[in-house]
Design a protein around this ligand. Sequence first.
Ligand code: BGC
Length: 792
Amino acid sequence: MNKNEILKQMTLKEKARLVSGHNFMFTNAIASVGLPAAECSDGPHGLRKQASGGDNGIEKSEPATSFPTSACTACGWDRENLKKVGKAIAQECRSYGVDVLLGPGVNIKRNPRCGRNFEYFSEDPYVAGELGSAFVEGVQGEGVGVSVKHFAANNNEEYRFMGNSVVDERALREIYLRAFEKIVRRTAPASLMCAYNQINGTFCSENAWLLTDVLRKEWGFDGIVMTDWGAVKDRVKGIVAGLDLEMPGDTYCTDEIVKAVREGRLEESALDECVLRMLDFVGKWHHDDKKACDFAAHHALAAEIAKDCAVLLKNEGVLPLDKEKKVLVAGEFFEKMRYQGAGSSMINPAYLTTPRDAFDEKGLPYAYAKGYREQSEAADETLIAEAVKGAKNYDTVLVFAGLSDYAESEGGDRPNMRLPENQLALIDALVAENKEIVVVLFGGSPVEMPFADKVSAILDMYLPGQNGGTATADLLYGDANPSGKLAETWAADYADVPYGGEFARRVNELYKESVFVGYRYYSTYGRNVRYPFGYGLSYTQFAYSDMQVGRCGKEITVQCKVKNVGSRDGAEVVQLYSENPACVLPRPKRELRAFGKVRLRAGEEKEVSLTFSEDDLRVYVPEQKRWALPGGTYRLCVAASSEDIRLADEIAVAGEKIAVDEKRYEAYRNGDAAHISDADFAALLGTSLPEDPSDFPITLETRLDRYQKTPGGKQIYDTLLKVANEMRLRAQSLPDGTEKDNLLKGAMFMTRIMSTNSARSLAMSSGPKLPYEAACAFVNIANGNYNGEARQ
Ligand code: BGC
């Protein structure tokens, strides 16, 4: 039977069920037409398949490979790596019977404090789009669907459930939507997951401009759009806007759809369009069979990828270390490696090799001092004193440091860019001993490093996955040569980050920097940073020569030679930037156009070829709702980082003359994009700025932690936090160990989710456990309105 015939046989109720999820991770099976349920699972760095249903990352899941997270894999700048990881994860999906993987996450890292940056690739849309596409190809090539998330402009966690991203259309098109666009056009992903937040006043789940005009009509997307878990606001508006599947479902929405059709509030034909897409989706991606896969091989692959992605930030000749020479290792991450992020992407690793395991397996000589406890922030003077005492016997001290799950996770943004105080105190105390100090960092985002000038080397492993220990040992001792480069800028001080002080403080998040995100800001305005975008060292050196620029139609190809002029085999990430000519629209000075990774034996030379299309040089002209190519002379730069140009040449581009209202852009042209006034931003937007909703009266969209300010609200809030608090207490009564750690992390995650959630989104993500009526009752009680309407 073809899908149109199936559709004809379905009742209205069945149609409504098919566009609604069930039991947290499934679509509804429709028995009368023989349609099975498709199973989804997080995603994105490995499989988080829960035994039954799911809970957004609190309880343990089935064992699976925890691969390096996207923040880490991005630093490898290698499309093949992402393909391999995608393929391996898909094989694990097939082995557990999972049909759709919830990932990749391709949001732009707008601010380094976003708690979920570990799950995203880059501040640059080209990198995110290229690597995201490779990952999707790897997954879908094995017959498993993806859900590319979170569509779109979902760039903070504190207000992710109700926040409003206020962004000018040009920045949306050139920065925030671009990776999604590339993935959609190039890979035909099975689905996209729409984000919780609003864009310019409209929730993504009912945003017809986003879900239909741009996604389907312009980009030609033919998969389904599912909501993020609980992101439905008005289901009927959603269907009209092109939202196919409500997840996790089991809410009143199924009945609401039926009612809306019967009452004439929803055209059945609009529902049918979603149903047809759902029929395609389940038909294409569901499998009845399971296939075994090789988890041990994936463990080895996880180490290979992690080795290829770690970034050597500093090295004054101390690395690689001598395998015969005993060192002191300090820092609890050595034995309790932070290798993945916390929240819905947390995996129960099939294997785990910490740095300590790897040092032991390799028989490396070391003494160990804990130095700090990852579970707390406050400096532990006893542990520090032990480390300092130990250090006296060695020339070299390795300090394992970084962000713990408490410092960084889904559901909340970091309060600052600092390392936990206990680690800073440890590093300071060791620095005072005048030793050669090597800092090995773990974490999903940049940190301030007040110690950077005082230590001899810094190796950043990011979040390297379950076999990160092997990768770390191999890199430190020279069995592998670091070749990762940063896919995001490391500001020296959080104060240097544009609008850092305004980040994630209220519902309306003003994206005043417009297109000047990350290095696009720092390089244009000549600001110093700790480490620029694209930066990373190696144990060898590379020489660049013989640049040539060729053209074939719209395609521009840059070739050059890269030679490994050092004594070790290594790999170099070669980057191509364009420097843009003056244009009526203010443009970043430099933008990445292509990259390639070249692997070279010591002394070897290879030709590197980088290609891009003239179309990539276009700008989006919001006044005319179209892309346009500014003409002029473009300087093409072959570079080792965004600030390390090795070769350059020019090309003339005919382009076109673009007419815009220049006044609109004056502030960006004459001033600094990090100091735009509200009035100038409003001029750029072409509308007035939205007012922030007041916390009172409380509504279905109010953050739950605001409830504490009324007596009734406080009772509700305390009740909602009870489970998390009980978990925490239970954890505190346990002896140190994995069970305690997992409970503590679960409790913290739950607290973050509860406090930042809204009653509406909480109800929509809780299925039958918390009906919508209960959310409405919360609002009434919190407002002291005990006789309020059941529904709002
Ligand atoms: C997260 C998604 C995730 C989903 C299912 C949501 O809270 O934002 O990324 O896929 O939960 O666990």
